[in-house]
Design a protein around this ligand. Structure first.
Ligand SMILES: [Zn+2]
Length: 197
């Protein structure tokens, strides 16, 4: 069984690069940034089925005991690539690739996680057993909800130099600039300070 508290603590003690992967404010965007292809391969978090299960436990799904296989890791990479390209295309008002839309739709069409209300403390949990594949379906559905807000898509890219991270700008004035203050925000402040003195 995965110890979520220990994992979270472990995550908090990790360098910013790994911690910032849960900064977007949206499940499907966080997932899109759990690693990548090409130049983003160095940020890969999902190497093994255990990695995938750990990510799902640390994510806002707080998924305990997810059963994951090598096939799930392959499907996760496939979905993640489609989410990343589609998010960036829509953010730049470009047309998303039909094959990426098909990947997201196919994944969303499988059985998602089933929420259950606990009778005693009225808390939500997931019907057991939970599979990584059903978590991927839930993530794909979250992406469909997000991407279909096309006219008012709240996806922004970090203003940090060379930082590709995406996030949902839910700040009141809609002026969030950074993936996270502790990463790019502070770095920009230091550069500004140095340039002024
Ligand atoms: Zn950034």
């Amino acid at each position: 069984m995965i110890d979520i508290v220990a994992l979270r603590e472990q995550n908090e003690n990790k360098p910013w690069l790994e911690r910032t992967l849960f900064i977007s404010g949206r499940l499907s965007l966080d997932f899109a940034q759990s690693g990548g292809e090409g130049e983003y391969k160095v940020f890969e978090r999902l190497h093994t089925p255990e990695d995938l299960a750990a990510w799902l436990a640390m994510s806002e799904l707080s998924l305990e005991r997810a059963v994951a296989s090598r096939t799930d890791v392959r499907l996760a990479h496939e979905l993640r690539g489609a989410l990343w390209r589609t998010a960036n295309a829509l953010r730049g008002s470009d047309a998303p690739l039909p094959k990426d839309i098909a990947t997201i739709n196919n994944m969303a069409a499988t059985t998602p996680l089933v929420p259950v209300l606990d009778q005693y403390n009225v808390r939500k949990f997931w019907q057991q057993p939970v599979s990584a594949q059903s978590a991927l379906a839930t993530i794909a559905r979250d992406a469909i909800e997000l991407f279909s807000q096309r006219a008012n898509l709240p996806i922004r890219q970090c203003a940090g130099a060379h930082c590709p991270l995406l996030f949902i700008d839910s700040s009141r004035p809609g002026k969030r600039k950074w993936c996270s203050m502790e990463r790019c925000g502070n770095r920009a402040k230091i550069v500004k300070y140095r340039n002024q003195h």
